[in-house]
Design a protein around this ligand. Structure first.
Ligand SMILES: [Zn+2]
Length: 311
């Protein structure tokens, strides 16, 4: 039964934006807590400055930040601009998911509404992974597995062949692992990309099959190179995230005290001895660019195909 007979489509469109804003707010919490190993559910939101719980009316996505002019009302701590940006992204991606899933022949049906929810969950997972990788240069396995599962659910709802998803995951993993991790390590003694990047592209392969995933890898590499070049030209250098620099310092102290695991971890780290100075030695998180390409392919595949492969 078409849901549009029950309620106007505009109702669902507005609902999708509100849904996205609320989950965007959840994403801002997840981005901070997951790398710290804390629960994303409990305790509820609290001020990063003083730890006071934030009441719901001071936690309204985007508006609270604008209204408080980016400062916590309890202690005046600065609330990073990233918070309203991620919340707004949540709203925008939920709306796009709704439009994309219900814009097909069947239109606004219950099945397409479920599809919109799954697509949005995948998009939001990509946002969370992006910011964690930017902050800490690692991709949590839990997030990557969640993305792959959501891709499988999508395949199941759309009834596309599951073989494409399985092959997509395998090929995507191999395309990163064989040349950039295994081969690179053989040649230079350390891997050129992280295992997390290979797993992330495998999840993308579940969503889009091997053709989609390899296209995403190319899109990610092109955009990553462009942005790294621009950053280098504007800023003169590419700084590693604070958390990474701090972690390496701790590893060095451990290694110096004879810790085998820490010594091995440092051996895997090409910048252990030479801090990023030139473009060639700058280490850039690649996960955010895979996520960016994933979002582009998720929402604009038709446009990209007609643009990249003009008939
Ligand atoms: Zn506070």
């Amino acid at each position: 039964m078409p849901l549009a007979d029950l309620l106007p489509p505009s109702f669902f469109a507005v609902l999708s934006v509100v849904w996205g804003l609320l989950w965007g707010s959840f994403a801002t919490v997840a981005i901070v807590r997951i790398p710290e190993g804390r629960s994303v559910v409990r305790p509820g939101s609290s001020c990063d400055g003083c730890g006071v719980p934030i009441p719901p009316w001071k936690n309204i996505p985007v508006f609270a930040w604008l209204f408080l002019r980016g400062r916590a009302s309890c202690c005046g701590a600065v609330i990073p601009w990233r918070v309203p940006v991620v919340e707004a992204l949540g709203g925008a991606l939920a709306y796009l998911s709704f439009v994309r899933a219900t814009g097909t022949d069947q239109g606004l049906t219950a099945a397409n509404l479920v599809l919109a929810l799954v697509v949005f969950a995948g998009a939001l997972t990509a946002i969370v992974l992006t910011f964690i990788d930017l902050d800490c240069m690692y991709l949590p396995d839990g997030g990557v597995v969640l993305l792959a599962i959501l891709g499988a659910v999508c395949v199941w709802i759309k009834r596309t062949p599951w073989e494409d998803a399985a092959l997509g995951g395998l090929v995507a993993f191999a395309v990163v692992y064989i040349p950039f991790i295994w081969g690179y390590e053989k040649l230079r003694g350390f891997p050129g990309m992280g295992l997390g990047d290979a797993k992330l592209l495998a999840a993308v392969g579940v969503w889009f099959g091997w053709q989609g995933a390899t296209t995403c890898l190319v899109l990610a590499a092109v955009q990553g190179t462009m942005i790294a070049l621009c950053t280098f030209m504007v800023a003169g250098r590419i700084d590693e995230p604070e958390a990474v620099v701090r972690e390496r310092q701790e590893l060095k102290e451990l290694a110096a005290s004879g810790d085998i695991e820490a010594q091995e971890a440092l051996r895997q780290d090409p910048l252990a001895d030479a801090p990023a100075a030139g473009l060639g030695s700058a280490r850039v998180a690649f996960g955010p660019f895979i996520c960016l390409a994933f979002l582009e392919w998720l929402f604009a595949e038709d446009f990209l195909v007609s643009w990249l492969l003009p008939a």
